[in-house]
Design a protein around this ligand. Structure first.
Ligand SMILES: Cc1cc2nc3c(=O)[nH]c(=O)nc-3n(C[C@H](O)[C@H](O)[C@H](O)COP(=O)(O)O)c2cc1C
Ligand code: SF4
Ligand code: SF4
Length: 449
């Protein structure tokens, strides 16, 4: 049986699955329940200065049949008294000494930072997470993302924390910035033991078109909130990759953003996260999702022959290169499996109107389309819209013997400089005349047979 145990920058945890700092970690009651269900760690709902919350405070993007595909909130940090949270941290650690309890913190002055770091350390927290990510409310008071967006300020504050910290410090970054590696490097330079990302993305999830008020509504008004949930996963993965690849970062990373199941978690780990944190999925489905996550990860590791989590963390990082290093000679075209095709013609419409007119229609009764290979650029679109699993697959045409990247071409002074240069792309595609669009579909032109 593989071991799921992790040692994240000195913080030990029975598995890499942590709850992110958010409503599910608002109290000792919830965190004990979560640990009992199988979660390995929890980042406590951010502790700091007294605040007042508004109601309502959440909004969501429901996409077709999926509720909360994207989730948005305008809530602030913990509104519970600090002394209650500190007492409960101690209680949780007493009951679960081997689980990871991380205190998320957000205050303003150097003196306040020193005090709260000492308070949570005395309470028994295993680590500290600095919340430089909250993109609403707190940033207007100079905290949260206001710090995360200014690497120099972030560096100063991490420095204040490191002056007194005796337990590992994780700096949590905001995605509301052009280059996430800048604050990540600043955190590393200031001595932070690790980073975590992402916090929520500034957003407005929708507008009520009857009363003209965006969501969530607070007495006829609204404000921008923080976006999270499955919708943000691709953005989080990219930012994670940027940090994992940058030599100036080089400290452990805890991955956050849209993680819902073990597969999502493995993807984050392959791109460099040594632990993962979950918020929205737990708010949606509850602590019980951890059972499938642990079992799924164990099965995956067993199948792949990984004895420990370190065996595969970062394995996908070298596979992400710059565009200019991709092989221009690699060539795929779409292929339709007529036995699987149900004749819905979604692929035809997509390729005809949104791609390269490389799918022809068959005559009735089977309505099954076929690929016009000479027009197919291998873009994938038809295989993405096809509702039947593995009905459209991409078949490799080149034999793999030749590789040539844009960089190699540039270095060899072999880049096309005019559109009729034989080395230019797009020369050999057959395109209909524009006027054909306004005529009745011509069987010959559309490859109908
Ligand atoms: C309602 C809500 C409250 C949150 N509060 C905090 C917080 O107090 N501190 C913090 O660092 N992040 C907070 N977050 C951000 C989450 O910890 C996490 O970074 C983000 O939701 C992305 O993860 P997810 O896609 O799994 O939700 C909050 C998120 C939500 C939805
Ligand atoms: S891969 Fe792209 S170009 Fe080729 S048939 Fe499919 S949609 Fe058309
Ligand atoms: S989308 Fe798939 S199932 Fe539908 S017609 Fe095209 S190949 Fe057949």
């Amino acid at each position: 049986m593989p071991s799921l145990q992790v040692n994240f920058a000195g913080i030990k945890s029975p598995n890499p699955f942590w709850l992110a700092s958010a409503p599910p970690t608002n109290s000792g009651y919830q965190i004990m329940k979560a640990f009992d269900a199988g979660w390995g760690g929890a980042v406590w709902k951010t502790l700091g200065v007294p605040i007042v919350n508004v109601s309502s405070r959440y909004g969501s993007v429901n996409y077709r049949d999926t509720r909360m595909m994207g989730f948005n909130n305008i809530e602030l940090i913990s509104d519970r008294p600090l002394k209650d949270n500190l007492r409960e941290i101690t209680e949780v650690k007493k009951r679960f000494p081997d689980h990871a309890v991380i205190a998320s913190l957000m205050v303003q002055s150097r003196k306040e930072w020193h005090q709260i770091v000492q308070d949570v350390t005395n309470a028994g927290a295993d680590g500290i997470e600095l919340n430089f990510g909250c993109p609403h409310g707190m940033c207007e008071r100079g905290m949260g993302s206001a710090v995360g967006q200014e690497p120099e300020v972030l560096k100063t504050i991490v420095g204040w924390v490191m002056e007194v910290a005796t337990i590992p410090v994780i700096t949590k970054l905001t995605p509301n910035i052009t280059d996430i590696t800048q604050p990540a490097i600043a955190a590393a330079e200031a001595g932070s033991d690790a980073i975590s990302l992402i916090n929520t993305i500034q957003s407005i999830v929708g507008v009520d078109i009857d009363d003209f008020v965006p969501y969530p509504k607070v007495g006829g008004l609204s404000t921008n909130g923080g976006y999270c949930g499955p919708a943000v996963k691709p953005i989080a993965l990219n930012m994670l990759k940027n940090c994992a690849q940058h030599p100036g970062v080089n400290i452990p990373i805890s991955g956050i953003g849209g993680i819902e199941n073990w597969r999502d978690a493995v993807e984050f780990m392959l791109l460099g996260a040594s632990t993962v944190q979950v918020c929205t999925a737990v708010m949606h489905y509850g602590f019980g999702i951890i059972r499938e996550m642990v079992a799924g990860l164990e099965n995956y590791m067993e199948e792949k022959g990984f004895a420990s989590v370190e065996d595969f963390v970062g394995k996908a990082v070298p596979k992400v290169v710059h565009w200019e290093d991709l092989n221009l000679r690699y060539k795929v075209v779409a292929s339709i499996d007529a036995n699987k095709c149900i004749g819905c013609q979604l692929c035809y419409t997509a390729c005809e109107d949104g791609a390269h007119q490389a799918i022809g229609l068959a005559v009735a009764p089977d309505r099954k389309p076929h690929i016009i290979e000479e027009n197919c650029v291998g873009c994938n679109l038809c295989s993405l819209v096809c509702p039947v699993e593995n009905c459209i697959t991409m078949q490799r045409l080149d034999d793999g013997s030749a590789t040539e990247s844009w960089k190699q071409r540039t270095d060899a002074n072999m880049i096309p400089t005019t559109f009729d240069d034989s080395r230019a792309g797009g020369l050999h595609h057959t395109l209909p005349d524009p006027g054909e669009a306004l005529k009745v579909i011509k069987p010959k032109h559309y490859g109908i047979r």
